[in-house]
Each structure stands twice: as structure tokens, then as C-alpha cells.
Design a protein around this ligand. Sequence first.
Ligand SMILES: Nc1ncnc2c1ncn2[C@@H]1O[C@H](COP(=O)(O)OP(=O)(O)OP(=O)(O)O)[C@@H](O)[C@H]1O
Ligand SMILES: [Mg+2]
Length: 248
Amino acid sequence: MSSHSSQRKSPPTYPGLFITFEGPEGSGKTTQCQHLAQWLQTNGQSVLITREPGGTPIAEAIRNLLLTKKTGPQKHETITPVCEAALVLAARSQHVTHTIVPALQKGMIVLCDRFFDSTLAYQGFGRGLNREALTRFNDFATGGIRPTLTFLLDLPVKEGLQRRKKASKQNRMDQESLAFHERVHRGFITLARQDAKRWRKLDAQQSPEQLAEEIIRHIQPMVPKSISPRKKRTSNTRLATKPKKSRA
Ligand SMILES: Nc1ncnc2c1ncn2[C@@H]1O[C@H](COP(=O)(O)OP(=O)(O)OP(=O)(O)O)[C@@H](O)[C@H]1O
Ligand SMILES: [Mg+2]
């Protein structure tokens, strides 16, 4: 077990910078993670792009279990909300321990496509699980690590779902009702309001290019302060795990 054990009172700090992208389905998180990674890389930063659920082989296997449509073993047995939360948090424990913390210790900029806020939004606001319990369970699983900055890509739910229909194979979450997705969306908005210092809420109806520029405007002042740019290299971006089929 690494140093971030569940007994820690205040979360540890690392030389790297931890940035997360959150928002409803199809809001452009993956697109913007990639844009930002490219910009950071051309500015000499070492970047790790990763995603949740996922980011290690075991966590990616859990992702498949969570996102596979109701076929196979799930045909006759639904995943309970508590099982869903436990799987998400089990994957996060692997991810934080084996991928995120080692990169932050090396001083890298970690860009993570969804993190703990998605648990609060989906399993808390969406499924109705107790958010304090989820927070305690999350901190038990991860040592309480939090992102320095979180982008909320805000988009009307219907628009995001439409984008997803066009873009990728439907998954288990796409089968949820519109009401569920609306609760998740409202959850993200509430979370962003509760911690305005960490969150940056962006209008995800802008073009990808406009959004990328806005994100860079937020990041630019933080980068030199947090980490001194390294000598430019041809490739200093690492993917934690390669998405296999469609991107998510
Ligand atoms: N700003 C944008 N305007 C219009 N379309 C966009 C924009 N950003 C991304 N898209 C398109 O919408 C689709 C979903 O984008 P993307 O995969 O980046 O979203 P996501 O938030 O990662 O989705 P998911 O919730 O499925 O992981 C893709 O086809 C992408 O090209
Ligand atoms: Mg995505």
C-alpha cells in the first residue's frame, strides 16, 4: 500500500498539477483533455492524460463491467447503486495509487477525464446515494486527493446525448432515463457552485476551438507558478491507458 493510506487527515500535496474535466455525457471532456495536453506539451510540460473509470489495467476492466450494456452477466442481474459506487471507487483506488500519484510525484501535469465529482454527480445526485457517505468512502479509497482545478463543461443534457449518439457506441449510462441525466447535470452545477475556487464552469456549446482557448486562459497563469517548464521535447505526453474501441 502506498503512502496515501486511508488514515490520513489532510490530503497530501505533490509537485505536479492535478486537473480534472467534468460534465454530462458528450459535453466535450475527452476532446478538451486532448487539446489541453497538446498545448501543454508544446509549452514544454510533461503531461499525463488519463480517465475514469479506468487509468490502469484493473481499473479499465472494472470500467468494462460498469459501462457494458445490459447484456451478458448483467442481462438478468442489475447493478445496484451501491455496487456501482463500490466498483467506481475500487477502480479509483487502483488509479490513484498506480497512475495519478506517481505522475504527480514526478511533477507531471495530470489531466483526468472525470474524477470524484462524477461519483457525486452520478451515484450521489443521479442514483440518490448519500453524498457524505460517498465522500468518506472516496477518501478511504484514495487518501482524499483532490484536483487543483476542475473544468465543468456545461451543456444541456439532450444536446450531449445527441452528440454521443452520433459519436460513439452506446453504453450502460446511455440507457438511463433523461430524468437521471438531468439530475446528474444539476448535480454538477451544484458542486461547481459550492466550490467556486476549484471549479471553472464553461459553456460547452461553444466550438471546440473556442473552448480550448478559454481553458488555456485559465491554465496559463497556473503553469509557470506550479511547475517550471521543461526543455521542449518532441513527445512528453503519456496516455495512462489506450482506449480500445471508441473513445469515451
Ligand atoms: N464544442 C463542441 N461542439 C460540438 N461538438 C463537439 C464539441 N466538443 C466535442 N464535440 C463532439 O461531441 C462528441 C462528444 O465529444 P467528447 O467525446 O469529447 O465528449 P465527452 O464529454 O468526452 O463524452 P463522454 O461523456 O461520452 O465521454 C464528439 O463527436 C465530439 O467530436
Ligand atoms: Mg469522453
